[in-house]
Ligand binder design. Structure first.
Ligand code: ADP
Ligand code: MG
Length: 455
């Protein structure tokens, strides 16, 4: 077998990888790779994979090394040693679905645009530019399932989480996706406030029937920030009927909220039980890696190229998607104002400047985090970096590894080195363990939050 047809081999490997990762992950990382060469070395193969940027390289190496190696082994039927290099290639888009556009498609695109606009669905919040990691993976999967089978899979889909975690983005992505397949779908994206105003107006102008025609005949209703209807009796009453009409006719309802139904006070019981009959998923605040991915997506959309150092610096300093947005805005205006290239310390100067992006100083060092953990759990530094497997030491140690990895974004190997020279698989295990625990154990969750605040 010769290995000349690198493109085909890589396409096959990516096809397999595509099945095991989310579209956003695939788009963000794997579509930025290609095969440079394959060399035989005795029984083994030496495979060089090119990555379009240093950041893609370090992320792929860190997170997807095994996945790539497994798939190469399978595909080439030999054991492969994989190395990654930063290497630019004029890539044709790997996604084969971007077939040439025909006139007919153009007409269709124009039609979709009009429909999107009428339904108040935004074109810039799609699955395509939504990055996925552990904090939003469930919500993303549920949203995708709903977009594929509206009215069938989960009804209603109830997405909740804090400010800026991507609820509006994700709900919008569903609507956008449905329109791509079915431009005739009757859909409306509105906030609970819009809905309320419409009702008030309907009552005032005696056009309640028009209001009902508009809402009750929808195939898909997306109601953003549903918590705002709490305590408003007429609105809740109307919404209850709207909800029933839509779902009985096989339509889909998607709701977002800043808290779960059980915690929305003054929400009518019959609504709460309707909501709870659907799928309720929460989106947690973005971790370091997700913040990096969002930054890359957002800066790219604005035509700004940031270095890997700058991306990491910003992601480490901005702990929510909203802050990231504020940061990007500052970045654009500053770059224009000063007429400078992005870089040259611009990023760190924005981060240090209070005001625009909310003030947060440059982050803690690994040593600071180690000391914080020791203080928080009242264990000695020597114990935590040592060998003891006793629970009172082992758990804090796992939290330490988790934070070094997730908050400071250090590579597994580096975390291992810092925490008493441990193996990277030990670190990986600790991170997984704490991630799992945090989703079920309130104490751990609070510990992490408490320590994070100090960081
Ligand atoms: P929420 O409705 O939860 O308050 P939004 O959906 O308005 O948050 O998100 C705030 C900003 O952050 C938007 O610009 C959105 O595109 C961006 N954002 C949040 N999460 C993601 C993500 N996972 N991938 C890409 N962008 C994201
Ligand atoms: Mg929102």
């Amino acid at each position: 077998m010769d290995y000349l047809d690198l493109e085909t081999i890589w396409r096959d490997v990516l096809e397999n990888i595509k099945i095991s990762v989310s579209p956003a992950i695939f788009q963000t990382w794997f579509s930025q790779t290609h095969l440079i060469r394959i060399e035989e070395q005795g029984e083994r193969l030496l495979v060089s994979v090119g990555c379009n940027s240093p950041f893609v390289k370090s992320t792929i190496e860190d997170r997807y090394f095994g996945l790539i190696q497994d798939n190469l082994n399978k595909n080439l039927d030999k054991t492969c040693d994989v190395t990654f290099q930063i290497h630019q290639q004029d890539l044709k888009p790997i996604d084969a679905t971007t077939a040439p556009l025909f006139r007919q498609d153009e007409a269709r695109t124009a039609q979709i645009k009009v429909r999107l606009n009428n339904s108040r669905v935004r074109e810039n919040y799609t699955f395509e530019n939504f990055a996925v990691s552990a904090s939003n993976q469930m919500a993303h999967a549920a949203a995708e399932a709903v977009s594929e089978n509206p009215g069938v899979a989960y009804n209603p889909l109830f997405l909740w989480g804090g400010v800026g975690v991507g609820k509006t983005h994700l709900a919008n992505a569903v609507a956008y996706q449905v329109f791509q397949k079915n431009p005739d779908a009757k859909m409306l994206f509105c906030t609970a406030e819009d809905f309320t105003n419409d009702i008030v107006e309907g009552i005032r102008n005696k056009t309640t029937q028009m209001f009902r025609d508009k809402y009750r005949k929808l195939d898909i209703l997306l109601l953003d920030d549903i918590q705002f209807i709490a305590g408003k009796d007429t609105v809740q009453e109307e919404f209850f009927h709207t909800f029933n009409y839509i779902t009985r006719a096989g339509g889909q309802v998607i709701l977002t909220s800043d808290r779960p139904p059980s915690e929305i006070s003054k929400l009518e019981e019959r609504l709460r039980s309707r909501f709870e009959a659907g799928l309720i998923v929460d989106i947690a605040p973005a971790d370091f890696e997700l913040r990096c991915a969002i930054l890359i997506i957002k800066t790219k959309e604005k035509g700004i190229e940031l270095s890997m150092e700058d991306i990491k610096l910003a992601a480490a300093n901005l702990d929510s998607a909203r802050k990231l947005e504020g940061f990007i805005k500052s970045l654009i205006s500053q770059a224009r104002l000063k007429n400078t290239e992005v870089g040259e310390g611009l990023v760190s100067s924005i981060l240090n400047k209070p005001g625009d992006t909310e003030k947060i100083g440059i982050r803690a060092t690994p040593q600071d985090v180690i000391e914080l953990i020791c203080e928080y759990y009242s264990v000695g530094k020597r114990a935590i970096l040592g060998e003891s497997r006793a629970r009172p030491v082992a758990r804090p140690r796992q939290v330490l590894m988790y934070l070094l990895r997730k908050e400071l974004g250090l590579p597994l190997e580096e975390v291992g080195r810092l925490v008493g020279g441990r193996d990277h698989t030990t670190v990986m295990h600790a991170v997984d363990k704490i991630t799992a625990l945090a989703s079920e154990n309130v104490q751990i969750r609070e510990d992490i939050l408490g320590i994070k605040q100090k960081i």
